[in-house]
Design a protein around this ligand. Structure first.
Ligand code: PLP
Length: 364
């Protein structure tokens, strides 16, 4: 399996749904037509049949293997997006009137805090809102009575990422939607990890949840609807109701692709190389500047602005002319954002860098 497809049509820098490996797209397309010579499309196969049962089993096994998960962690593929995890985490983990700590590093954290407040006493220990979320707050103390500390590991919109985890003995609960499988992690620090698939794992439609079993069963009298209870999905291996068969299949293919290329350590090396190439240009180019604090820069979403905003539309057009799409920044930051997830080849990053250089020369 090659890292770079010869048949790249466009360089997809979108933040999500986002680029997938070309070989995964090809295999997923074939499965829609005819799943492994079965004479049926994967779209019409039963979720209780042997084909999908094997797919789900492999997706879970690959997640365990790639992240080196200890036995006491469960792997779930759920629906409702990462956004449903904002409330499901608190609902399933917090004791009645329990406490949890949160760090506010942007829109996704803010939403997680809002939802968690429905279920307990939520203490926002630190926030980078004072500087439009351009940095990761550090140097706070996590109270001993916090059930967990919630973090957003990579801030997709603001282009920041944790490169070290806060010092605390409280379990971390982490939204890893936009950097899961991009680097090795010490899973033992985490009580729960969740990630919407559509950034770095697969298409929209499923959410990966990894939970340590001892985090559960502490909620006392709280009534939890069956579908929103992690225990339901653990007991029924993510098939209590009809799971999103096709999204889970594409995630499984992506996980196979990650493994074939050397796992999350290999991904991390590639990602560092790509990010270094892009940030070097952002720093050197006289027309552009990065928006995030250097030590907190995301290796997944590089945010930058032009020093001559009147040229913004012309720059986006220059990107499009070279096939670079999805470079426009999120409305809350402005400027530009290049998302360079696992599946993004370094050649595509080089293409964007070339466009930036040529653009600066033209306007020198
Ligand atoms: C995209 C994103 C979300 C929202 O995911 P949905 O699946 O659309 O609910 C949450 N957190 C982060 C970090 C994201 O990047």
């Amino acid at each position: 399996m090659e890292f770079v497809s010869k048949k790249i049509k466009k360089h997809n820098f979108s933040a999500g749904p986002a680029i997938l490996p070309a070989s995964v797209i090809a295999e997923a397309a074939e499965a829609v037509r005819d799943y492994q010579g079965s004479g049926l499309s994967l779209l019409e196969l039963s979720h209780r049949g042997p084909e999908f049962v094997a797919i789900l089993k492999e997706a879970i096994a690959l997640t365990r293997e790639l992240l080196n998960l200890p036995e006491d962690y469960e792997v779930l593929f759920l629906t409702g997006g990462a956004s449903s995890q904002f409330f499901m985490t608190a609902m399933n983990l917090l004791p009645q009137n329990g406490n949890a700590s949160y760090v506010d590093t942007g829109s996704w954290s803010t939403k997680a805090i809002k939802e968690a407040k429905l279920f307990g006493n939520i203490d926002t220990l630190a926030s980078s809102k004072d500087k439009n979320y351009t940095y990761i707050p550090k140097g706070y103390t996590v109270p001993n009575d916090s059930t967990y500390l919630h973090l957003t590991s990579n801030n997709t919109i603001f282009g920041t990422q944790y490169h070290t985890w806060p010092a605390t003995d409280r379990p971390l609960v982490c939204d890893m939607s936009s950097d899961i499988f991009s680097r090795p992690i010490d899973v033992s620090r985490f009580g729960l990890i969740y990630a919407g698939a559509q950034k770095n794992l697969g298409p929209a439609g499923t959410t990966l949840v990894i939970v340590r079993k001892d985090m559960l069963g502490q909620t006392g009298e709280r009534a939890i609807p069956t579908m929103l209870n992690y225990e339901t999905h653990i007991a029924k291996s993510s098939s209590f109701n009809t799971p999103p068969v096709y999204p889970i299949y594409v995630c499984m293919l992506t996980l196979r692709w990650i493994k074939a290329l050397g796992g999350v350590t290999a991904m991390s090396h590639k990602n560092q190389e790509k990010a270094a190439l892009l940030y070097r240009e952002i720093d050197q180019n006289p027309l552009f500047e990065g928006t995030a604090a250097k030590e907190d820069r995301s290796l997944m979403n590089a945010t930058f602005v032009s020093k001559r905003p009147e040229l913004d539309n012309e720059f986006l057009a220059a990107c499009e002319a070279e096939g670079c799409v999805g470079v426009k920044g999120h409305r809350s930051v402005g400027g530009f954002r290049a998302s360079i997830y696992n599946a993004m080849p370094i050649e595509s990053v080089q293409t964007l860098v070339n466009v930036m250089q040529q653009f600066a020369e033209k306007h020198a």
